[in-house]
Structures are given as structure tokens and as C-alpha cells.
Design a protein around this ligand. Structure first.
Ligand code: SF4
Length: 372
């Protein structure tokens, strides 16, 4: 296939669904016995938007993973962002998705409404340019993301240091996907039998790093793209492995992903960031699952500069996003879904983010919604 439309072709999707049904007809499948987790929130949205899960045989249960960085940024980091953004002389720059994410108190949008200088940017380099143009202000970029965004964030801070742009810093909320997949597999309630790994993350990291995970937990992992036909092909490959008793890493997204990844991006990441333990919203702290700026970049580390490391917060108890992001529950099983929690009045980040599972169900699966 060459063109995007071909990856959304209804006939191709139906024939893949038939092939999946033929594979899982063979024993040992039983109804809903094959829980396959799509890790990325972009994949979740494609599945719910196009009804990919509704094409599948009953033996396969697609569950939604922790691959939405906005959703897993903990409430206390939102509170730290709000605290910094409200300080005088600060220009706080962020991707638009983060502005309405609730912490334990205000969100960034309400800081902006109250007169704070909060700006939506499309890349960390935009924020760096704002810093160059405003030498009298302190410019902070909210560096949220997985391995996908880390190279650009690293590049921005490297440039700031080499150009002597001293008023530029990052508030770092960088997460790593493989430790989160391992946390899912080792959690007591785990029912995930196979993964669709996120293609964009693997475009940076390569997929060799997933091979130890597949071997240790005897779990098939298929690096998968983001269109409906990609996802169905990924499921077919994953179901085929499960039925054959195999557990290896396969690459459905070979038009983008290679085994060793992007070595240039990995190099700048490694020079700028160090691996650290990180708290995931609703899930808790996962060892070695995040990145922090290395000591030599301390002068560009907003948590250090603004001394907000002491701001701590508990997640709202009513939000069960941790259970959703580990595949144990679906958004529609949350008692607050669509009642006390809506995109206008969100209780959790998964209802706000454009990649959040709750937002996808709200948009496409409620009665009266786009597909409801
Ligand atoms: S519906 Fe709202 S409260 Fe429930 S899990 Fe999703 S974000 Fe949290």
C-alpha cells in the first residue's frame, strides 16, 4: 500500500477482520480470552472512531494502554506547572492539550484567564524563539511526552545552552513506554496477552528494545501503525502468534519503523536526559520509566529553577483512569463517565486529551455522539 486512503479502505478492513476470525476460531480461544492492548492513545482513537473493535470476533478484547502522555502526567506536575505559570515574569509555553488538564486545583487555562502569560506552541523550538525574543522574561516549555517528543525537547535545551539563552527552561514530564508495558504485565490484575506497540515511539527507539520484554513475559508484541488497516493487520499478527504459542516482536509498521531506530535522535536524548523513576497518573511510580535533564542542564530545569519540587498531590479518588490505562476497565465502566465527568467538566486527564480513552468513548460511543 502507498496512500493513506488505502489504510482506511473498508474492503481491506473487512477482509482482515475475516482473516482474524479464521485465526481465532482455532482452539484455545474462548470468548473475550484474548485481551490485546493497543498501547498508544492515537491507536485507541482510531479503534473507537472507526469501530475497529466492532469488526472483531468475540474472542478478542481490545484494551487501552497508557500511551497518552497528557493522560499519564500526574496531577502534581500539573500543579507545579500551574504554580510556575502564575509567577510574575514567566511566559509558560505548552501544547494546547495540556491547558485544560485538571491538577488538584486550577488548570493552566484558568491561570491564563486570570492574566498569566500562558501560550500554546507547536514545538519546543517555538518556545525557544519566544525566549530569544523576550530576554527579560523567564520562558518555560512544558516538555510532555514519550520517546517521540524527547529528541526535539533535548535539541531545544542543547541549543539554548550553546546559544547562551539563559531564560529558557523545560518542565520535564517525559515517560518511557517499555517500563510501562512491563508494569502492565507484572500488575496483579493483568489480563493482557499481547500488545500492539506504538509505531511512532518505535520509529525513534527501534523495536529491539522490546525483545527482552516479549521473551521474559512470553507475550507477543507487534509494532503497529495508526490507521484502521494497520491496526487490523497488527491484531492479525498478534492473534496469529497467540494461537501458535509464539511470543516475539514483529513489525507491522515497517514503512516507518526499523529494528535499531533513529540513532541520531537516541544520541541527543542520551546526552541530554538521564533515566529516572517517574510517577504515572492513576498508576503510580514506575521504576526507570521516565527521563529527567542531566545535571549539566540544571540551569534549564524548571523544577529546579522555580523550586517547585516540594509541590506534591494525590490523584482524585473518583477517577479510575489508572484501571483504564492498564487494561483492567473500559471508560464506560467508570461511574463518573458522561455524568460527573465530561470534556467540559473533566475529573481526569483521559477525558481531556485528544488521545485519551475516555475522550474517545465520549466522542464516539455515547448515544447521540459522532458514532453513538
Ligand atoms: S470518565 Fe473521567 S473520572 Fe472516569 S476514568 Fe475517565 S477521566 Fe477519570
Amino acid at each position: 500500500m502507498k496512500y493513506l486512503d488505502e489504510y482506511r479502505d473498508a474492503d481491506a478492513a473487512k477482509s482482515l477482520a475475516k482473516a482474524i476470525a479464521a485465526v481465532v476460531k482455532q482452539p484455545p480461544a474462548s470468548p473475550r480470552s484474548l485481551a490485546i492492548m493497543e498501547v498508544c492513545g492515537g491507536q485507541t482513537h482510531a479503534i473507537i472512531r472507526y469501530g475497529v473493535d466492532e469488526l472483531l470476533p468475540g474472542a478478542i478484547d481490545l484494551v487501552h494502554g497508557p500511551g497518552c502522555p497528557v493522560c499519564v502526567t500526574p496531577a502534581e506536575l500539573i500543579d507545579r506547572a500551574v504554580a510556575i505559570a502564575g509567577m510574575p515574569g514567566v511566559i509558560f509555553c505548552s501544547f494546547g492539550d495540556m491547558l485544560r488538564v485538571p491538577g488538584t486545583g486550577r488548570d493552566l487555562l484558568s491561570v491564563k484567564a486570570a492574566g498569566g502569560d500562558v501560550r500554546v506552541v507547536y514545538s519546543p523550538l517555538d518556545a525557544l524563539e519566544i525566549a530569544r525574543s523576550n530576554p527579560g522574561k523567564r520562558v518555560v516549555f512544558f516538555a510532555v511526552g514519550f520517546e517521540t517528543t524527547a529528541p526535539a525537547n533535548a535539541l531545544a535545551v542543547v541549543r539554548a545552552r550553546s546559544e547562551g539563552v539563559k531564560n529558557f527552561s523545560l518542565l520535564v514530564s517525559q515517560f518511557l513506554i517499555p517500563p510501562a508495558m512491563e508494569a502492565v504485565l507484572s500488575s496483579p490484575g493483568n489480563r493482557v496477552r499481547g500488545f500492539l506497540a506504538p509505531g511512532h515511539v518505535c520509529a525513534v527507539t527501534g523495536y529491539a528494545i522490546l525483545e527482552p520484554l516479549a521473551a521474559k513475559y512470553r507475550v507477543p508484541i507487534v509494532v503497529t501503525g495508526f490507521e484502521p488497516v494497520d491496526i487490523l493487520q497488527g491484531i492479525l499478527m498478534c492473534a496469529g502468534q497467540l494461537q501458535a504459542g509464539k511470543a516475539v516482536v514483529e513489525n507491522q509498521y515497517s514503512r516507518v519503523v526499523h529494528r535499531e531506530g533513529n540513532t541520531g535522535a537516541l544520541k541527543v536524548m542520551a546526552e541530554t536526559f538521564a533515566v529516572c523513576d517517574r510517577k504515572w497518573r492513576g498508576i503510580g511510580t514506575i521504576p526507570a520509566s521516565g527521563l529527567k535533564l542531566r545535571e549539566e542542564f540544571r540551569a534549564h530545569d524548571a523544577e529546579f529553577i522555580f523550586n517547585v519540587e516540594s509541590v506534591v498531590a494525590e490523584e482524585p479518588a473518583e477517577c479510575i483512569s489508572g484501571l483504564i490505562l492498564t487494561g483492567i476497565k473500559k471508560p464506560s465502566e467508570c461511574p463518573a463517565f458522561g455524568v460527573r465527568c465530561t470534556p467540559e467538566r473533566p475529573l481526569g486527564a483521559t477525558m481531556v486529551s485528544s488521545e485519551g480513552a475516555c475522550a474517545a468513548y465520549y466522542r464516539y460511543r455515547r448515544p447521540g455522539s459522532a458514532r453513538g
